[in-house]
Design a protein around this ligand. Structure first.
Ligand code: CP
Length: 325
């Protein structure tokens, strides 16, 4: 059994399998072939899956429930007010009990240590559905989206992150570097990337012929970039620091001025939900923006994760016969 905690725990090949699998299930899902749907629907028929979400979610919840339903499993959404966890029951007891009854647990938590705790005591695969350090499902989806729009297998690309040092870029940077995409991360002065992520990123870059640059200059990061990416400046739970953070992020809004530094055919990405301080409407709703394709691809990333970690129990060499042969 394997858990999905972070992209950095995967080999380059394993990560590529997840992206390929997401692409495969997108084709299968959209082809409208009833026999393909029936074949997939029996893979987890009669099983259940728990979504233990202690934070709110639109994309992760909808995509995960959709993916599980596609494979025939019944998803059970367990929000923070629905179960005894954290109020009346310990993490350990909850994990033992829930994992004894379901095929897998998708967990959205606050601290990374909570994901680690879950993986220690669960008898079924844990899929990290966001913690304060990582967001692996988002990274699988993001690489699929970049592949579809700019095909990194044929073109040398540069992705520029303009924003916070957060869970999304931690996994996205490693994911890009694994597939040979150069990454330039810009964060405001005083907001630093985790040194462990930089170290891991540099090792991945060296092995894959990609480059990792970390800077406090948004224009330096944006220069020549094929993809500009940002995320919320104020993460869930940081609302108390809103005024101070907005001051710190001056010069980091993605607007037409900053985009003028990028490649003329640049794409704009954002994992959503979006706020106006991060990106102006003229960019967010422009032809450069691929944010809604990106959001849709969350469904296929979730399908890939269910296929590899739940149906095939972490065996990356197993999978649908038609893509293995
Ligand atoms: N991108 C993302 O994880 O969205 P949600 O918080 O809505 O799930």
């Amino acid at each position: 059994m394997r858990h999905l905690v972070s992209i950095k725990d995967l080999t380059d090949k394993e990560f590529q399998v997840l992206v390929d699998r997401a692409e495969y299930y997108k084709k299968t899902f959209k082809c409208g072939d009833l026999s393909a749907a029936q074949k997939n629907h029996v893979k987890l028929l009669g099983k259940t899956a728990a979504l233990i979400f202690s934070k709110r979610s639109t994309r992760t919840r909808v995509s995960t429930e959709g993916a599980l339903s596609f494979f025939g499993a019944q998803p059970m959404f367990l929000g923070k007010d629905d179960i005894q966890l954290g109020v009346n029951e310990s993490f350990y007891d909850t994990t033992r009990v829930v994992s004894s009854m379901v095929s897998c647990i998708f967990a959205r938590v606050n601290k990374h240590s909570e994901i680690q705790e879950l993986t220690k005591h669960s008898s079924v695969p844990i899929i990290n559905s966001l913690c304060d350090m990582f967001h692996p499902l988002q990274a699988i989806c993001d690489i699929l989206t970049i592949k579809e729009h700019l095909d990194y297998t044929k073109n040398k690309l540069k992705v520029a992150w303009i924003g916070d040092a957060n869970n999304v870029i931690n996994d996205m940077a490693i994911a890009c570097l694994k597939v040979g995409i150069d990454v330039s991360i810009s964060t405001p002065s005083g907001i630093e990337m985790d040194p462990e992520i930089i170290k891991a990123g540099q090792e991945v870059a060296k092995a894959n012929g990609s480059k990792l640059i970390v800077t406090h200059s948004s224009t330096e990061a944006a220069t020549g970039a094929n993809v500009l990416v940002t995320d919320t400046f104020i993460s869930m739970g940081e609302e108390y620091a809103r005024v101070a953070k907005l001051k710190q992020f001056q010069g980091f809004q993605i607007n037409s001025e900053l985009c003028s530094y990028a490649d003329p055919n640049y794409k704009f990405m954002h994992c959503l939900p979006r706020h106006h301080e991060e990106v102006t409407d003229d960019i967010f709703y422009s032809d450069h923006s691929i944010v809604f394709d990106e959001a849709e691809n969350r469904l296929y990333a979730a399908m890939a994760a269910v296929d590899v970690f739940v149906i095939n129990k972490g065996n990356f060499s197993a999978g649908p016969d038609d893509i293995l042969n």
